[in-house]
Design a protein. Structure first.
Ligand code: ZN
Length: 152
């Protein structure tokens, strides 16, 4: 097998070097088709980016809660160059990466590429997330993609 067919389709088999695994529940959730974010089971504080220990109460417990992937554009940027670590996306440049703020998760901000049109792209614009299955383009990780035009 070559290319896409040879790629194992699980983040656990394609780990990007340097991670400590605190966000494994996020990637596992996306693989199962669910957008999950970490919330402390003891004090209920949302904990994103994921950490093993709660900064609020010190708990080492980590809970993953399914959240509707809807939010607003907190920030965004357009990529015009396929950098060494993102060369799999060379055919997509230029593309937009959105940092979406998720009110249902305490304002957690989650990054993903923009799908569809850029019409209406601005800070505060509503977005809805969809989950792309793992692919070579996403280094074997399932990925959230944001589309403009949610109902917020
Ligand atoms: Zn806590």
């Amino acid at each position: 097998m070559t290319g896409e067919a040879a790629l194992r389709h699980s983040f656990a088999e394609q780990r990007i070097a340097g991670g400590i695994g605190a966000d494994d529940g996020y990637w596992a959730g996306l693989e199962e088709g669910e957008f999950r974010l970490p919330r402390c089971p003891d004090c209920r504080t949302w904990r994103w980016p994921a950490h093993f220990r709660c900064a609020e109460c010190g708990s080492w417990e980590q809970g993953w809660v399914a959240v509707e992937p809807t939010g607003t554009v907190y920030s965004w940027t357009r990529t015009h160059y396929a950098f060494d670590r993102t060369k799999e996306r060379a055919e997509d440049v230029p593309y937009v990466v959105v940092l979406a703020e998720i009110p249902a998760a305490g304002g957690a901000r989650v990054m993903g590429t923009l799908a569809g049109t850029e019409k209406g792209l601005r800070i505060g614009a509503p977005v809805v997330g969809t989950i792309d299955p793992p692919s070579a383009k996403t280094k074997g990780y399932a990925a959230i993609r944001w589309t403009l035009g949610g109902n917020q």
